[in-house]
Design a protein around this ligand. Structure first.
Ligand SMILES: [Zn+2]
Length: 409
């Protein structure tokens, strides 16, 4: 087959090659399939070959001397599309206000819900496009994006329509998640709203094909495990996958519930108990760590990532990009936090934002590693080896990004 593009002189190539039928667990998580002085040959938007030695001739040659090449990063948890921002709340928090106080005063998520309800699709697309640009500059080639700032059908659909439009524009692939159950609207009973999500919102989202997943915030004072389970089962009956914001602020057994529901992911897990660890270890549900959130909220709690790895749980890392609790599009920043706060190695952190993130989104047959036949989504980093991605923090290290074999940055 004719080679379209070959990337040559790669100082370190992290292929992440390995079995793709299951997420990487335990010590396999840190096995990046590294090659030194390597090349990647691309044809038809797919990886044709990786290797060392003399590269095959190609129409386009990209010199990556001194650089690391990795698969395109995959962000399995973002709240990409919303109206307004919350820098005022950030300042209030710095002055000593707690999130609970801000919420009680009508701020917090309520602020974003009001601004998102007021925004047009075009406004949501415009701000979403800027955020995607920043994500691309940080190496993200595929991401998940949730609704959840409408809390009523019309705005939830508006957010998902904006996500669809952004996905069509590219260059990133975006997997949409309906999260009508992000919060209970002010003045509404939780059971009544749960029923509304099940009877009115979910069927319409499914009918229009606007989401691949349904997410629920299972938390004290938000949705109970019982309500979460009802919504999760209704979503599955409509053909949607399930993701759960679980055990973030209290241990309600959300992780175990995610395993019971065969959810694609259980996310946050700061407060998770042993029961959830054991349940997830026996499941294919991916535990998505979001270390930017406790960092940005100034919380001391950390997800028990090492215990999860030891127990055999499959883990991934996301940004949780959102206007309140983690306003950062950068997965490399999250890799640094995963190393410092969750005690992951840089190699494990990289697997968490590539192959395991792909597994949590059902995309691992096509994305997440650089192996023959897989899509040629990759990042050329201004870094001599993969450890620099986490080690050299807070600065832009991306030199170039390819999506489906095309240079997009
Ligand atoms: Zn979230």
């Amino acid at each position: 087959m004719a080679v379209d593009t070959v990337i040559v002189n790669i100082a370190e190539l992290a292929t992440l090659a390995g079995p793709n039928d299951q997420p990487r667990r335990r010590k396999d998580l840190g096995d990046l399939g590294l090659l030194k002085d390597a090349y990647v040959a691309i044809a038809d938007g797919k990886v044709l070959a990786t290797g060392t030695g003399a590269p095959p001739p190609a129409k386009t040659v990209i010199d990556a001397s001194g650089c690391t090449v990795t698969p395109g990063l995959i962000d399995p948890h973002t709240h990409l599309v919303f109206g307004g921002t919350r820098e005022a709340e950030f300042v209030q928090r710095l002055e000593g206000a707690t999130y609970a106080e801000i919420l009680a005063a009508g701020g917090g998520i309520h602020h974003t819900v009001t601004a998102t309800r007021a925004a047009t699709v075009e406004e949501l697309v415009r701000s979403g496009r800027q955020r995607l640009k920043r994500m691309l500059a940080c190496g993200t080639t595929t991401l998940e994006a949730k609704s959840g700032y409408g809390l009523e059908l019309e705005t939830e659909l508006k957010q998902l329509i904006a996500v669809k439009q952004l996905a069509e524009e590219g260059p990133q692939e975006i997997i949409a998640t309906f999260m009508g159950a992000h919060a209970v609207p002010k003045g509404v009973d939780g059971d009544v709203y749960t029923q509304q999500v099940i009877d009115e919102m979910l069927p319409e989202v499914a009918r229009r094909g606007l989401a691949a997943y349904c997410d629920v915030f299972c938390e004290q004072g938000v949705f109970t495990p019982q309500q979460t389970e009802r919504i999760g089962r209704a979503a599955k009956a409509l053909g949607l996958g399930v993701r759960i914001h679980a055990d973030e602020l209290s241990d309600l057994g959300g992780g175990a519930l995610a395993a019971t529901l065969e959810a694609a992911s259980a996310d946050h897990l700061l407060m998770m108990g042993e029961q959830s660890v054991q349940a997830l270890a026996k499941s294919n549900t991916v535990a998505v760590m979001l270390p930017g959130t406790p960092f940005f909220l100034g919380m001391a709690e950390r997800a028990p990532a090492r215990a999860l790895i030891d127990a055999g749980v499959a883990i991934a890392i996301g940004t949780d990009f959102n206007p309140g609790s983690c306003f950062s599009e950068s997965l490399p920043m999250m890799m640094t936090l995963a190393c410092l706060h969750l005690k992951l190695t840089p190699a494990e952190a990289l697997a968490c934002v590539t192959i395991n993130a792909a597994h949590s989104l059902g995309l691992a047959n096509r994305l997440g590693s650089l192996e023959p036949g897989k899509q040629a989504d990759l990042v050329v980093w201004d870094a001599p080896n993969h450890a620099h991605l986490a080690y050299h923090f807070g600065v832009p290290l991306v030199r170039s990004v390819l999506k489906r074999g095309e240079v997009v940055l």
